[in-house]
Design a protein around this ligand. Sequence first.
Ligand SMILES: NC(=O)c1ccc[n+]([C@@H]2O[C@H](COP(=O)([O-])OP(=O)(O)OC[C@H]3O[C@@H](n4cnc5c(N)ncnc54)[C@H](OP(=O)(O)O)[C@@H]3O)[C@@H](O)[C@H]2O)c1
Length: 280
Amino acid sequence: MILITGANGVVGRQVMNQLAQEGTAVTAVTRGNGEAPLPDGVAAVRGDLFHPEWIEAALEGVEALQISPRAAGPGLGELLRLAAEQGVRRAVLLSATTVEYPAGEARFAAQFEQAEELVMRSGLDWTILRLADFAANALAWAPQIRAGDVVRGAYGRAATSPIHETDIAAVAVRALRGSLRMKAVHTLTGPQSLDQVEKVRLIGAATGRRLSFQELPPEQVRQGMLAQGLPEEIPARLLGSLADYADRPGPTTSTVEDLVGRPALTFADWAHDNAPAFGG
Ligand SMILES: NC(=O)c1ccc[n+]([C@@H]2O[C@H](COP(=O)([O-])OP(=O)(O)OC[C@H]3O[C@@H](n4cnc5c(N)ncnc54)[C@H](OP(=O)(O)O)[C@@H]3O)[C@@H](O)[C@H]2O)c1
């Protein structure tokens, strides 16, 4: 049995789908707010990992655990302690490239660093996946693209190598099954460095439209996000890292191809797969 935290997240959904397709038993930890049904055959445990006491029973018979630091929050130490006690063998942690390649406010990378330290000291076998910017972050542009041909945002020249969630899941599934070397840190990125101007153009190509990026002052973007009711943390996280990626692009690695044995999927592939979300 494999237990997935953050099951309704971008990565959790993909991992559940891939495991369910191959017939592996999966339990999803969810607070029950997800709108989409879980894949066939996936059992659900309802709970909030910020208060993990309830999870003891759910850990029975679990061989491996996928951990999203965002979903586990301050309950991570307790979750790992219970997992070790219950005989869970492996933990796969979804971390971030910012631990190794600083970008944005240090407090955000520090949260991932703390989670990595807890997993390394847990007594379980572990795999840490340091993830680049998700290609799926571009879904934040969907309302603007459905409404017109211009995406407005800050730091158009900020460049990362965005990773397709299918590739994150392909590596995570191998780690959960125990088919990768244990006690290893892998830095996973997409195959190609792209700035925001290019990403918008590629979504245009996938949807058969001519889309462009219009640069706005960062403070205007921040105020706009706060006016939409987003918590201060969201623009702080986004704008801080974009400012740094405009000066120095995020990393590009070949790790997906090295571990999965096929080329990593491109942002163009992701845009094609997700064209309907942009009205394409
Ligand atoms: N986006 C990026 O570019 C990026 C880059 C590097 C690393 N990461 C990290 O990668 C990990 C995976 O990200 P992801 O986008 O797949 O999704 P995620 O943040 O792992 O999962 C989101 C889900 O977690 C559940 N959840 C449980 N407790 C929560 C809480 N207190 N607050 C918020 N959500 C809670 C929610 O589902 P229920 O409502 O069903 O409980 C939510 O749908 C995250 O830790 C993220 O920080 C992201």
